[in-house]
Design a protein around this ligand. Structure first.
Ligand code: ATP
Ligand code: MG
Length: 255
């Protein structure tokens, strides 16, 4: 055999072997179903994540509009009202009317602040996540008389807006749940960085969440919490026993 035919034969053999290797191995029906389910789940998470981002952006936008537009208008009205009340009035009935108007104006301003604050926590923009969590902790203690400790370092909580908002909302919902359902005396919120992750733990010493509580069809708080965590590819474990409830979250830190 001529050397050129030998070379040609070797090349054909090599090509055949490569072709065999590149042909995808056939999947079993069970594997196909699993791959489909995984692809659907990944698709759903991507959609959830995109939707949550849109919702959060809209909330921020509405909160700013409320604050900058309606808030400014009410503040100006309040100044006008103060000037008006300094003028001599015709009679006592007019004075009472003006006092009532001033009080209602003040409650409108307070409501507006509360609504805008729920839509977008101002503390996040003003002082960052650590400051915002401190405000949550402080308000929780004041309103519910339950001792609450925040164990975190400010320097470890400098995160992008997506992470800060998610963590803030999760802690907010956890505290709301504790106030509504736990009957606790002590709460501890801990945030720590380690091994490329942010570890978030929220613990209370209340009645303890039951497995059946986590499957209530009309409850959305825990569901929303889970979706926020999954949207940033983290994991969340919620456990409860007679000594209380513990929510443990691990979030991969952004590069
Ligand atoms: N810290 C807790 N201690 C004890 N039980 C809890 C705690 N957190 C939640 N639960 C239980 O888990 C259930 C589900 O909580 P989830 O936040 O999903 O819903 P919810 O608070 O009832 O309503 P919402 O949809 O307004 O949040 C609660 O109804 C409650 O029974
Ligand atoms: Mg809830």
């Amino acid at each position: 055999m001529r050397p050129s035919s030998l070379l040609l034969g070797a090349a054909v053999l090599l090509a055949l072997r490569l072709a065999v290797r590149l042909t995808p191995c056939r999947r079993t029906p069970a594997e196909e179903r699993e791959a489909d389910a995984r692809a659907r789940l990944a698709g759903r998470r991507a959609t959830d994540y995109a939707l949550e981002n849109i919702r959060e952006e809209e909330r921020t936008h509405i909160a700013r509009e409320l604050h900058d537009d309606l808030g400014q208008l009410l503040a100006t009205l309040r100044v006008d009202m103060t000037l008006l009340r300094q003028q001599p009035v015709a009679n006592e009935a007019t004075r009472e009317l003006l006092t009532g108007m001033d009080e209602r104006l003040m409650s409108a301003i307070t409501s507006l602040r509360r609504i805008a604050g729920n839509l977008r926590p101002r503390a996040l923009d003003e002082g960052g996540l650590y400051f915002a969590l401190q405000s949550l902790r402080h308000d929780f203690e004041q309103h519910h008389g339950v001792a609450c400790v925040l164990d975190a370092r400010e320097c470890e909580l400098v995160l992008n807006d997506r992470y800060s908002t998610a963590i803030f909302r999760i802690v907010q919902e956890s505290l709301t749940n504790i106030a509504r359902h736990a009957n606790a005396r002590k709460v501890r919120i801990a945030l720590r960085r380690g091994s490329g992750l942010l570890h978030v733990t929220i613990e209370d010493d209340g009645r303890g969440i039951a497995r059946s509580d986590m499957e209530k069809p009309q409850s959305f708080g825990l569901l929303g919490m889970r979706e926020r965590v999954w949207a940033i590819r983290g994991d969340i474990t919620i456990t409860g026993n007679a000594r209380g409830t513990r929510i443990a979250i691990h979030l991969p830190l952004p590069e």
